[in-house]
Design a protein around this ligand. Structure first.
Ligand SMILES: NC(=O)c1ccc[n+]([C@@H]2O[C@H](COP(=O)([O-])OP(=O)(O)OC[C@H]3O[C@@H](n4cnc5c(N)ncnc54)[C@H](O)[C@@H]3O)[C@@H](O)[C@H]2O)c1
Length: 394
């Protein structure tokens, strides 16, 4: 008879060893370790998704409003999946939040999110979760200082706060280009034993060294660079895909957008080239198109606030070489446009925790990110990959 494995022994061993070493030492599977962690860790609550957010800006404000808005379950309009693997968006419970802005730190999140550009779609009652001071690092640049004025208080210990508040997932919504700060929060998640979702363009899930650290700790890592529910990138992909499947030859294309808010300033002043490369590759790589394609953010228009105008231009060649031109403009609100995808990604990450999946999870990333670890897929393929992952078919 195989000797009964003692949970305490496994957990103690896991503190100082990798998942692989623990599996080998006790001759148990990855799933068995996940079950032991579930059995023993208070932080793993089956019915709630305990989320912490770093960066309480416009995207966070949209997500937090969405959790409240759909709680009443009066309608599901705007959601991609009202229920995902048994979880409703209102099963997401915010347990900790970190920011550096003077206007937000020290306030209940219900108040703090009002200091953003996105409109109030719904009133949020006090939650009891107070925004804690994060590590400033490279979170602010000269061009954004009049929008993000850092608080003059000492940072809290992020990993300690994550542990104290029993956070299961840390969602990173820091500004574009704040590479050092994003890496810092990823390390804090690792230290606290949290899954990490990186919505920013900084390479985290696509960085093999960081992904290996999450794998060794048995933690899911999701990213990089969130894709909007219905923004320039997805519409561009769908249009090109349809043209190709209708037998047209794509000759050239661009998708350029202008927006307001700190995010547009950050993109323009420090991540424009990175974003342009990510967006262009995201659009073309899953379709094998060789025509010149440019996609990126072109300017900052302060009065657009959280709004984004995306201009899409495609030239195709049809029968007898005749020209077909597509010229579209999409007007959207940045924050809400990321909300439904975030709600799906957070719930899928919870499933990854249930399954004991570790390291960069391409199946989740492909569905909601512009730069997944193994390259982009067509929207249908990405949905198929996510469904297979959730059903445990992969
Ligand atoms: N639809 C979307 O909203 C969308 C889509 C794709 C990607 N993203 C990515 O999500 C991220 C957030 O976007 P946003 O529009 O909410 O940005 P935002 O500028 O509105 O918010 C950023 C927040 O981070 C805070 N911050 C700055 N440095 C910090 C630090 N060191 N520690 C803690 N907080 C810090 C700021 O004070 C601010 O509250 C960006 O990287 C963006 O590229 C968003």
């Amino acid at each position: 008879m195989t000797p009964k494995i003692n949970d305490d022994e496994v957990l103690r061993y896991l503190d100082t060893h990798t998942y692989d070493e623990t599996m080998e030492h006790f001759d148990i599977s990855r799933m068995s370790i996940a079950r032991i962690r579930k059995r023993n860790k208070l932080r793993f609550t089956p019915n709630k998704i305990k989320l912490a957010i770093a960066g309480l800006g416009n995207s966070a404000a949209a997500l937090i409003q969405g959790i409240e808005y759909y709680k009443a379950r009066k309608n599901n309009k705007g959601l991609l999946h009202p229920i995902l693997a048994g979880y409703h968006i209102s099963d997401i419970e915010l347990v900790a939040a970190f920011d550096i802005s003077k206007q937000k730190v020290g306030k209940d999140i219900a108040q703090a999110i009002k200091y953003n550009e996105i409109p109030s779609y719904i009133d949020i009652v006090e939650t009891g979760v107070v925004v804690e001071m994060g590590e400033i690092s490279d979170g602010v640049i000269d061009q954004t200082r009049n929008i993000i004025d850092p608080a003059d208080v000492a940072p809290v210990n992020i990993s300690e706060s994550l542990t104290k508040n029993a956070a299961e997932i840390l969602l990173c919504l820091l500004p574009s280009g704040a590479d050092e700060a994003v890496k810092f929060y990823a390390n804090q998640a690792l230290e606290a034993g949290c899954a990490f979702i990186n919505a920013t363009p900084t390479s985290i899930a696509t960085d093999k060294n960081i992904a290996r650290k999450f794998y060794n700790k048995g933690l899911p890592l999701i990213g990089d660079d969130l894709q909007d529910q219905f923004g320039g990138t997805i519409v561009h992909k769908l249009m090109l895909q349809q043209m190709v499947s209708q037998g047209l030859d794509v000759k050239e294309s661009y998708a350029l957008d202008v927006g307001g808010g700190a995010e547009s300033l950050n993109t323009i002043h420090r991540s424009r080239e990175v974003k342009r490369e990510i967006k262009s590759k995201s659009v073309s790589s899953s379709l094998n198109i060789t025509a010149p394609i440019v996609a990126g953010t072109s300017d900052y228009v302060p009065h657009l606030k959280n709004g984004r105008n995306s201009m899409l231009w495609i030239v195709g060649e049809g029968f007898l070489g005749s020209e077909i031109v597509i010229d579209i403009k999409i007007q959207s609100q940045d924050g809400p446009n990321g909300g439904a995808i975030l709600a799906d990604i957070i719930r899928a990450t919870k499933i990854a925790l249930h399954q004991g999946a570790a390291g960069a999870i391409n199946e989740i990333a492909c569905y909601g990110f512009k730069k997944p670890p193994k390259g982009t897929a067509t929207p249908e393929k990405a949905s198929e990959l996510l469904a297979d992952f959730i059903l445990g078919r992969k």
